[in-house]
Design a protein around this ligand. Sequence first.
Ligand code: HEC
Ligand code: HEC
Ligand code: HEC
Ligand code: HEC
Length: 396
Amino acid sequence: MFLLTAILLFGSGCSQKETGPTERTIAKSEAPAYKPYLNSDLIQGRKVFEQKHCSQCHSIFERERKVGPKLQSSRFYGSFLDIFSLLWNHAPAMGVYMRKEVLDRPQFSSVELNQLVSFLYMLPYLGESGNPRRGETLLAEKTCFKCHSLGRLGRKDGVPLDALAIYQSQVVLLQRMWNHGPEMIARMGKTGIAVPTFSGNDMTDIFAALTESANEKSRKVFLGVGNVENGMQMFKTKGCIQCHAIFGKGGKDAPDLGKTVSRSNVTALITQIWNHAGKMRARFQEKKLQWPYFQETEMNDLIVFLYSLNYEDTAGDPKRGEAIFRENRCMDCHFKTDADRQKIVQDLRSADAILFATKLWNHIPAMEAAMVTQAVPWPQMSGQQLRDVLAFLKNQ
Ligand code: HEC
Ligand code: HEC
Ligand code: HEC
Ligand code: HEC
């Protein structure tokens, strides 16, 4: 949990400056194939989490026991509405606890709600912390120690790997290996060593072995979790788009990453990318393309961009949405008169998932009051059902 610990302990103070894309660079590039909604700034998200009193009842990684369950990262897979539906469905129980603690139910602006849901979405990205003993074993098994040293381990005159100890994030391991890829892969070819690949938590464990010698305090270089918009630019400028498409736009030689890169954490992503470095190297040589090198936070940005691809909601099914809207008695209130119907349809015509969820959430008090008098049960909805309802309302 190096990343989050760093954020919680030091705030943004110790993170390296990340330069965001300027207005001009955005305007200059071709129309983006895909507009990211994810706000990967964990500091903003954490702020909302505190301001809206979530932290009063929930801990995240802290040991402290609170009234609500610990928000374990493994729960938060899925799109914006999938995650929002967890909040929606627990609204009544939350209300009960909030009355006990004399808290008001929080209201959100759409920016705040997106920051909060983004924050929850980012939790699995941080991955698990590694096991340094297993990492050392892997460095030997994966032939790294044939060419490398680490402290007193490995080959005495090997290329030392000790310099990575100061980094907070394992993305650095990928970036370094990647940048030395052509040289390393060439040497492996010469010595008859197959390019090693990884699975599961291997890379996290290796990173843990590399950084074990540095204690938390001496680990200073925190590159941030990456910037989604920069990462989208990287995807183009580093040539990924030559072979890969994102949601149908881009190269056709390789899997569409919009479809395949979901439910990943940072470990899974860096593993997938490294595992295909060998093959990519060959393809790059065939096509006479320059090997893409990554500087500073560039790999971080690319990784978080790939991670963000699952955040946006796909369109729902208006037919199913109609049924849900009726069964949950939304219709009783909202389509009661023609004017009622006009109002909600007008207000949602151009809404995206985030605005829809914000309006839905903020009207809980009004809805709850009316529901209690009419004895309507709480309308539980899954992410898919929310997508369907939105599609229905937009389709009117
Ligand atoms: C007053 C206490 C309280 C506050 C404030 C509160 N919660 Fe909860 N939350 C709970 C309790 C208790 C549960 C479990 C009970 C239930 O849902 O039936 C829960 C459940 C959840 C769950 C479902 C967890 C799971 O594993 O399924 C999520 C997600 C969640 N809360 C997020 C939030 C967020 C985000 C906020 C801030 C907007 C928040 N909560 C504010 C008490 C609270
Ligand atoms: C056949 C020899 C060889 C093997 C096997 C090998 N490497 Fe390398 N590695 C190199 C060389 C040579 C360099 C330096 C290349 C350069 O200077 O461009 C390097 C560079 C690196 C770097 C960058 C170091 C830095 O300070 O930036 C990392 C990280 C790395 N290797 C990790 C690994 C890991 C992990 C393994 C095992 C999975 C491994 N290497 C296996 C030869 C090898
Ligand atoms: C020359 C073509 C080519 C380029 C350029 C390329 N890739 Fe790939 N990539 C492939 C192919 C082919 C695969 C299919 C898996 C394999 O054979 O390794 C793949 C697989 C992947 C996967 C795993 C996807 C899955 O569904 O398992 C990821 C992630 C990935 N590439 C990321 C990238 C990134 C990031 C870049 C840019 C730095 C990039 N690729 C550039 C050809 C390419
Ligand atoms: C008991 C009556 C009642 C029920 C049932 C009800 N709502 Fe509402 N809803 C309201 C009222 C009243 C408002 C306007 C409140 C306000 O402006 O804060 C509203 C506002 C909304 C808005 C914002 C609309 C706008 O014009 O900005 C949305 C979206 C919405 N409801 C969706 C739903 C959905 C989906 C359901 C079914 C799960 C539902 N409502 C069930 C009474 C209800």
